[in-house]
Design a protein around this ligand. Structure first.
Ligand SMILES: Nc1ncnc2c1ncn2[C@@H]1O[C@H](COP(=O)(O)OP(=O)(O)OP(=O)(O)O)[C@@H](O)[C@H]1O
Ligand SMILES: [Mg+2]
Ligand SMILES: [Zn+2]
Length: 478
């Protein structure tokens, strides 16, 4: 048998099979049951949510020989002909390609003839907003004095473009996007019938990508199942849609928060070369950081963040750092609109280079004060008086605003030392910022370093000793 795409194969044939669209279905079924079908309807709503489908079911219900409670039987000759698309009293016109006055004129002529086979003529005018002004005006008269047993269904995705005179002559029925949960159910049913192996999280991804458009949902599922050779797993959908898993996005986010610029940049390059959708990636980065911020700041994050446990690992970063990165990500989004997205994102990544420098210091103010116990242990050798002194100093510092590591380096007067500090690696350890300096520098600048430590008790300087036997260096505490 010839292959029929899912979107066509699973087009609902009865009102009861339509997913979502409860209001339109109810209005139409009741109108049929009570014999109060209007002469003209305007079906307005997003693409692929069932406008044409429901218009056809309406035509079927109006011409069915044995309708039940407003539903067509689906078996009589008329029903079957409508399903096949060969019923003479259902006329479908695509206004996108027949938008002129002549098209409407010939339609108007046909309107004057009685139904050929059925009881009720139905005209479906798809993409009605594409009609020209003249065509609209010509149609107006027909809508005003329609022959009996004739119904027009104007379908449009652009409600605003329908002129008011037409609007006022139609009964308006508004279609909406289908909620994600229902889209998933719909895809599940298709999978069952097709014998496809599907995973809930994979369908979830497809549902999100379809944005409530059922046609997209059906055809994305169709393509993903071909791509995965009958299996629809999360990994397959991710690769097929060109999106990255949340875990991967979070790993990238960690690079940003740790100022691991090199890693972040090469990751960006890699996914760009592999053809992933960068814009979508950056959007999900925005979502991930948003959730991380919520989990960090809320007492009960479970109310707002469904998968809040996944974001616990971000609690260790100061809120300022998270907010700073969020800001950069957000700006990256804006800049990607006016320039090559990859460049905009690369620049954003580079801006995170200073996150780590702001980070330890803003943390340190708290850490040092909080870690009094540790300090006391250390201070055992020195006179006990020193402890409160240090505390005082730090408190004052904290209130005044603790300078960043960069600011401290900049404040060093001796040029050679300043340069050495600039070039030295530094890391955060036990609430201290530890600089790794050349052994000679440690010796030569002993006095200056002591002074710095006195000024900023959270600083530590370590000598890096080069072993003669191996190239590996070994750290020796200073
Ligand atoms: N509410 C729905 N329930 C089930 N399937 C649907 C629904 N809406 C759309 N579909 C699926 O999407 C396909 C397209 O639907 P339809 O042609 O009715 O959309 P439309 O609203 O007319 O879109 P457009 O504005 O693009 O013409 C159908 O063949 C069907 O598979
Ligand atoms: Mg349509
Ligand atoms: Zn029938």
């Amino acid at each position: 048998m010839a292959y029929i795409p899912f979107a066509r194969k699973y087009r609902p044939k009865f009102f009861r099979e339509v997913i979502g669209q409860e209001a339109p279905v109810r209005i139409l079924k009741n109108a049929i049951k009570n014999n109060r079908v209007a002469h003209a309807y305007l079906f307005a709503g997003p693409r692929g949510v069932g406008k044409t489908t429901i218009a056809r079911i309406l035509a079927k219900a109006l011409n069915c020989k044995n309708p039940v409670e407003g539903e067509p039987c689906g078996e009589c000759e008329n029903c079957r002909e409508i399903d096949k698309g060969i019923f003479p009293d259902l006329i479908e016109m695509d206004a996108a390609s027949n938008r002129g006055i002549d098209d409407i004129r010939s339609l108007k002529e046909a309107v004057n003839y009685k139904p050929i086979k059925g009881k009720h003529k139905v005209y479906i005018i798809d993409e009605a907003h594409m009609l020209t002004k003249e065509a609209f005006n010509a149609l107006l008269k027909t809508l005003e004095e329609p022959p009996p047993n004739t119904t027009f269904v104007l379908c449009t995705t652009e409600y605003d473009k329908i002129i008011p005179t037409i609007l006022s002559r139609c009964q308006r029925i508004i279609f909406s996007k289908v909620p994600k949960k229902k889209v998933i159910e719909y895809m599940k049913k298709i999978c069952e019938q097709e014998g496809l192996e599907c995973k809930e999280d994979a369908l979830e991804l497809l549902a999100v990508a379809s944005e409530g458009c059922m046609r997209d949902a059906a055809s994305l599922l169709d393509q993903a199942s071909v791509y995965g050779e009958g299996k629809v797993t999360k990994e397959i959908v991710e690769t097929f849609l060109g999106i990255l898993s949340k875990e991967t996005v979070r790993k990238f986010l960690k690079h940003l928060l740790e100022s691991e610029v090199d890693e972040a940049l090469s990751f960006l390059r890699e996914i760009s070369e592999k053809g992933y959708n960068l814009i979508r990636f950056w959007e999900s980065l925005g979502e991930e950081i948003r959730k991380a911020i919520l989990v960090k700041s809320l007492q009960n994050p479970e109310k707002l963040v469904e998968d809040w446990q996944d974001y616990e690992e971000f609690k260790k970063y100061p809120l300022e750092a998270l907010l700073y990165v969020e800001n950069i990500v957000n700006r990256g989004n804006q800049e990607a609109r006016t320039r090559e997205p990859l460049w905009a994102y690369e620049l954003a990544v580079i801006k995170t280079k200073i996150v780590k420098d702001i980070l330890p210091v803003s943390q340190l103010g708290k850490v040092v004060v909080r870690e009094d116990s540790k300090q006391e242990v250390k201070e055992e050798k020195s006179p006990p008086k020193a402890v409160p002194e240090i505390k005082e100093e730090i408190k004052e510092e904290k209130e005044e605003k603790i300078p960043s590591v960069e600011e401290i380096i900049r404040s060093v007067e001796k040029r050679t030392l300043r340069k050495a500090l600039e070039e030295a690696k530094h890391e955060e350890r036990d609430g201290k910022v530890v600089f790794k300096l050349d052994e000679n520098h440690i010796k030569n600048f002993k006095k200056e370093l002591e002074a710095l430590k006195k000024l900023y008790p959270f600083l530590e300087f370590e000598a890096e000793v080069k072993k003669k036997s191996s190239s590996q260096s070994e750290a020796k505490l200073f």
